[in-house]
Design a protein around this ligand. Structure first.
Ligand code: ATP
Ligand code: MG
Length: 256
């Protein structure tokens, strides 16, 4: 088990009033899974991702990440979980603009206290893994959108995280670059990396082995059959979800 959410609620305070955003979310993700979370704008996807990514805490309910009760963690412990166990990929890449691709990818290793020489070797291996070793001294402004996202993926996997967590990873990309990113996610998942990806695009969600649908803060497990074209109405737990999520691969992210 990588993480488990049990009856998670999240309210945001609007003045004195609590606005419920997540309502009774229960889900778990095992090693080697590839899960897409879909839902319309404002349904609570990013709010859920912030909780799974240990960037924010739930209002109520249990959240266990890699055997740790996240609610009881200090801010320092939370940042350690984020640095060591989660690789983040965002819609807008979030690369440091003045640093080279190599320096961006080295960053999580710098935070983790990895010595300089090993940092460089591992960052180069991760950039090779995403096919960008020939661009390692380029700055983000000298890279295309798809290349920037591949640098961000190299940065996300360089620390061999327990979970690769992506929020709309193809949202800012053209179709071809988006497909390349999806191909990379598939390869990484085949190598044993656990992936959770948020998207509102059905074509992108199809790349995952299991799809969950969130609407108005509530989760509908397997309510979206990825293999049946256009089947976007809620259905009973889809077989696609069950059959396509083998609890395989315990290896961590491979960099090379
Ligand atoms: N910091 C905040 N304070 C108050 N309300 C918030 C805050 N963050 C999000 N919300 C509200 O929570 C709801 C869900 O927002 P969230 O960002 O999770 O949606 P989303 O599904 O990611 O949407 P999108 O597809 O547009 O990114 C929205 O109604 C939003 O207004
Ligand atoms: Mg969002």
């Amino acid at each position: 088990m990588v993480f488990e959410l049990k009856s998670i609620y999240k309210d945001y305070m609007q003045g004195k009033e609590a606005v419920p955003v997540l309502k009774d979310i229960t889900m778990s993700v095992d090693e080697g899974e590839y899960v897409a979370i879909m839902g319309p704008s404002g349904s609570g996807k990013s709010t859920l991702m912030n909780i799974i990514g240990c960037l924010d805490k739930q209002t109520k309910g249990f959240f266990i990440f890699d055997k740790t009760d996240v609610m009881s963690c200090s801010d320092k412990e939370l940042s350690e979980i984020r640095n060591n166990k989660i690789g983040f990929v965002f819609q807008n890449f979030n690369l440091l603009p003045r640093q080279s691709a190599l320096e961006n990818v080295e960053l999580p290793l710098l935070y983790a206290g990895v010595p300089k020489k090993e940092r460089k070797e591992r960052a180069i291996a991760a950039l090779k893994r995403v096919g960008l070793e020939d661009r390692m001294y380029f700055k983000p402004t000298q890279l295309s959108g798809g290349q920037k996202q591949r640098v961000a993926i190299a940065r996300a996997i360089v620390n061999k995280p327990r979970l690769l967590l992506a929020d709309e990873p193809t949202g800012a990309l053209d179709t071809k670059s988006g497909d390349q990113v999806m191909e990379l996610f598939k390869e990484l998942n085949d190598e044993g990396v656990t992936v959770v990806m948020i998207t509102h695009e059905p074509d992108i969600a199809k790349c995952a082995k299991r799809v969950m649908y969130i609407r108005d803060g509530q989760l509908h497990d397997g309510a979206f059959n990825t293999r049946a074209a256009g089947a976007d109405q809620p259905a009973a737990a889809s077989e696609t979800a069950a059959e396509a999520a083998p609890a395989s691969g315990t290896e961590e992210a491979a960099e090379a």
